[in-house]
Design a protein around this ligand. Structure first.
Ligand code: FAQ
Length: 311
């Protein structure tokens, strides 16, 4: 049973109106957004780590400058998203505490290792490619601050995807060893990239309500299908093979048939048992603890400035 307030709220959503921070919203809407926007913010922050691993070992000065800029963009995306989440009445400290204690998730993809330079290509091409596929529709999401953050983020994300594909093109036009590294990176990142869209629709607990509220604009399977259809020709252009024997164009549905990722592995990774979960979370917790002196300094400085103003 919906209350009159809830009915009026749903009508606003159905008309395509944006919901703004101080306006009435159902508690479930607020909670779902805090979960999704918070997890999205955490993903951007944790997502700096797999690429940060290669900044000191980039093959040229130019590649190093590009990678550094990309990782800095991710920090910025995390900050806009924390700000968007804060408008829902949760503090950044509370969100970080939930991340550090393992109560809140971040994207499964960042729990896989980046073993070679070709992985920087695969991350940009596939991981940013999957991220954009999900984020472009979210520019039209019903919550104003989230939708505005997405507009800015998508502009930067499309540059990230191109820089990844550019690395793949260079590697694939290089020596046989370089091309083999590119193929190996595709082999390792293909299924984890497919998992980024979440469980298949029949197992997605939040999709129906989130789509009714336009917190999500598409189902997980819809976006995964679009991603496969977009990416397969790109792999072909590189002369690489997608690691799926069941991959075939299905004329009737106008899309590819493809193998599902290993969902047992997915659930294992989001439960904290992926190859790099402990390392990633450990790095974030250490960074937080080692930054305590700096946060304390900022607060002390703000207090002094305040005292000077009011005395
Ligand atoms: N990883 O009912 P659903 C980036 C959880 S892009 C971990 O289908 P929902 C950019 C889900 O939370 C990546 N957990 O859930 C970048 C739920 O558990 P809960 C970030 C996952 O929310 C690129 C449970 O499974 N993008 O960072 C995942 O309706 C390169 C049931 O699932 C976003 O966050 C997963 N892959 O749909 C940075 C986009 N999938 O919370 C650096 C916004 C599902 O009840 C380098 N988010 N779960 O405990 C979304 O669109 C949605 O939240 C989905 C999941 C589609 C991710």
């Amino acid at each position: 049973e919906m209350t009159p307030e809830e009915i009026a709220f749903q009508e606003r959503i159905d008309r395509g109106e944006k919901i703004e921070p101080k306006e009435w919203m159902p508690e479930g809407y607020r909670k779902t957004l805090i979960r999704q926007v918070g997890q999205h913010a955490h993903s951007e922050i944790v997502g700096q780590l797999p690429e940060g691993n290669w900044i000191t070992r980039a093959p040229t000065l130019e590649r190093k400058a590009i990678l550094l800029a990309k990782v800095q963009d991710e920090a910025g995306h995390g900050l806009y998203l924390y700000s968007a989440a804060e408008t829902l009445g949760v503090s950044r400290d509370e969100l970080l505490e939930a991340l550090h204690s393992g109560k809140m998730k971040y994207s499964s993809i960042f729990n896989y290792p980046t073993l070679t330079w070709a992985d920087m290509g695969a991350v940009g091409w596939l991981v940013d490619g999957a991220a954009i596929m999900n984020q472009v529709p979210l520019q039209r999401t019903s919550y104003g601050p989230y939708s505005r953050a997405m507009i800015r983020i998508c502009k930067e994300e499309s540059f990230h995807q191109r820089q990844g594909y550019d690395i793949m093109m260079k590697m694939c036009a290089g020596t046989p060893e370089q091309k083999a590294m590119a193929q190996d990176a595709l082999n390792r990142f293909w299924y984890p990239a497919l998992m980024m869209f979440g469980p298949s629709d029949k197992d997605s607990v939040h999709s129906a309500q989130s789509m009714a509220w336009k917190i999500k604009m598409n189902t997980n399977d819809e976006l995964r299908q679009k991603f496969v259809d977009q990416t397969v020709p790109q792999a072909k252009y590189l002369g690489l093979t997608v690691p799926d024997d069941n991959l075939v164009w299905n004329e009737e549905k106008g899309g590819h048939d493809f193998s599902e990722p290993d969902w047992a592995e997915f659930y294992d990774v989001i439960a904290g048992n992926g190859p790099c979960n402990a390392e990633r979370l450990g790095a974030r917790v250490t960074a937080w603890e080692e930054g305590a002196w700096f946060r304390e300094g900022l607060v002390a400085h703000a207090r002094k400035a305040e005292a000077r103003r009011t005395s």
